[in-house]
Design a protein around this ligand. Structure first.
Ligand SMILES: NC(=O)c1ccc[n+]([C@@H]2O[C@H](COP(=O)([O-])OP(=O)(O)OC[C@H]3O[C@@H](n4cnc5c(N)ncnc54)[C@H](O)[C@@H]3O)[C@@H](O)[C@H]2O)c1
Length: 338
C-alpha cells in the first residue's frame, strides 16, 4: 500500500471536526491542507491550527485544491448534497458525518450521483466499526433474530450545551434524526432492514418553546423485513450517556452496551461477558472509522467502508419515517429504496 502523505480537506469545522482532527493527528500519514467553513471564527481557528488554506465556499475549496485525496464533511445535515456534487465532479472520496442528509430527496440525489459516477461516499456511522459490534454479530452468526430492544439516553436537552440549531426540529430533525439514527443504523446492521415504525414523542422534562421545538424523548415500535419486531426508546433528558441493544433469539439473549461490552448468553445457557479495548488514549470513538477511511484512500479499495452512502440512506429513511409517525400519530412504512 502507498505510504505517501494523504492530502485531506475538511468542510465544516465545528464541534465534531475537533474529534476527527485529533484522530487524524494520532493516525498520522495525512495532512489537512484545506478547510472550508462559512464561520470566519472556525475557519480562521482551524486554518491557523493546521497550517491549512481557508475557504468559505465548498465549490471554491474543490476548485482550489485539485490534489485532494479525500474530504471529511462535518457540516449540519442540510449541507451534504453540495459537498458530494463538488467531490464527485473531481473524483474525490468523501466521508460525510451522519445523518446522510436532512431530506430524503437530497439522499436520493446523492444516491443517483453515486450510481452514475461511482463516487465514493461513506457516512460517519462509527458504531459499525466497534470490535464489540463485530463480536455480537459473530455470536449471533446465522441464527434468526426474533426481537430487538434498544435504548439510548443522554442529557442533550437538559444540559443545553449543543449549538442552538440542534434544538430546532426544522434544522436538526431532533434527537431522532440526529442521534437515534446511530442506533437505528446499528440495529439495521445487526438485524436487517426496518420496514415499519410507530413513534410517540414526549416533552415531559423539557417543554417545547420557540427555541426548543424538538421532542425530549421518544418511543418506537418497529417491524423488520425478516419478520422480527423491536422497540427503541431514546431520551435527551437523562443524566447518563448510555446506549444498549438487546438481541433475542430462540437460544440466545445478548446485550451490546455501547461502546464496548457484550453480555448475556448463547446456546441456551452459556454465559457471555466480554469487554473490548477502546480507542487509543485521547482519541474519540470515531478513530477506527477514520482509520478505515484513510486506508481506503490509500489502497483505493473502498469495500471495507462499513457504511456506504446508499445503505446509510436507508437508515435516514427509517428515522424520517419515525419523525413522520410522531407528526401523524400513525405507523409509517419505511421506503426500502431511496
Ligand atoms: N458521529 C458523531 O458522533 C457526531 C457527533 C456530533 C455531531 N455529528 C454530526 O456532525 C455534523 C456537524 O455537527 P457539529 O456538532 O460539528 O455542528 P457545529 O454546528 O458545531 O459545526 C458545523 C460547522 O459547519 C459549518 N457550516 C455550516 N454550513 C456550512 C457550509 N455551507 N459550508 C461550510 N461550512 C458550513 C458551521 O459554520 C460550523 O462550523 C452534524 O450532522 C452532526 O449530526 C456527529
Amino acid at each position: 500500500m502507498s505510504q505517501k502523505e494523504l492530502k485531506l480537506g475538511a468542510v465544516g469545522t465545528g464541534g465534531i471536526w475537533g474529534a476527527h482532527a485529533t484522530n487524524l493527528a494520532a493516525i498520522g500519514g495525512n495532512k489537512v491542507v484545506a478547510v472550508c467553513d462559512v464561520s470566519d471564527d472556525n475557519r480562521k481557528k482551524w486554518s491557523e491550527k493546521l497550517g491549512a488554506k481557508g475557504y468559505s465556499d465548498i465549490e471554491a475549496l474543490f476548485a482550489g485544491e485539485p490534489e485532494l485525496d479525500g474530504v471529511i464533511a462535518c457540516t449540519p445535515p442540510t449541507v451534504r448534497l453540495q459537498v458530494v456534487e463538488a467531490a464527485a465532479k473531481r473524483g474525490v472520496p468523501v466521508l460525510v458525518e451522519k445523518p446522510p442528509a436532512f431530506k430524503l430527496a437530497d439522499a436520493a440525489a446523492i444516491n443517483r450521483i453515486v450510481e452514475k459516477t461511482g463516487a465514493k461516499v461513506g457516512v460517519g456511522f462509527m458504531y459499525r466499526y466497534f470490535a464489540s459490534v463485530a463480536r455480537l454479530k459473530e455470536l449471533i452468526g446465522d441464527q434468526p433474530i426474533n426481537m430487538v430492544q434498544s435504548s439510548f439516553f443522554c442529557p442533550g436537552a437538559t444540559d443545553w450545551k449543543l449549538p442552538g440549531w440542534f434544538y430546532i426540529k426544522e434544522r436538526s430533525g431532533g434527537h431522532v434524526l440526529d442521534q437515534a439514527i446511530h442506533v437505528m443504523d446499528l440495529v439495521r446492521y445487526i438485524a436487517g432492514d426496518i420496514t415499519q415504525v410507530y413513534t410517540v414523542g414526549t416533552n415531559l422534562i423539557v417543554p417545547k418553546t420557540k427555541d426548543f421545538t424538538i421532542e425530549d424523548s421518544t418511543s418506537t415500535t418497529m417491524k423488520f423485513a425478516t419478520g422480527a419486531s423491536g422497540t427503541h426508546i431514546h431520551s435527551w433528558s437523562h443524566s447518563q450517556f448510555t446506549g444498549f441493544i438487546t438481541v433475542v433469539g430462540k437460544e440466545y439473549r445478548l446485550t451490546l452496551e455501547l461502546d464496548n461490552k457484550v453480555s448475556g448468553f448463547v446456546n441456551k445457557n452459556t454465559q457471555v461477558n466480554e469487554t473490548f479495548p477502546a480507542q487509543p488514549q485521547g482519541c474519540s470513538h470515531h478513530y477506527e472509522e477514520m482509520k478505515t477511511f484513510l486506508e481506503a484512500l490509500r489502497s483505493k479499495d473502498f469495500s471495507k467502508i462499513r457504511s456506504p452512502y446508499v445503505d446509510a440512506s436507508r437508515s435516514l429513511a427509517t428515522v424520517l419515517a419515525m419523525n413522520e409517525s410522531i407528526e401523524t400519530g400513525k405507523p409509517v412504512e419505511v421506503p426500502q429504496k431511496v
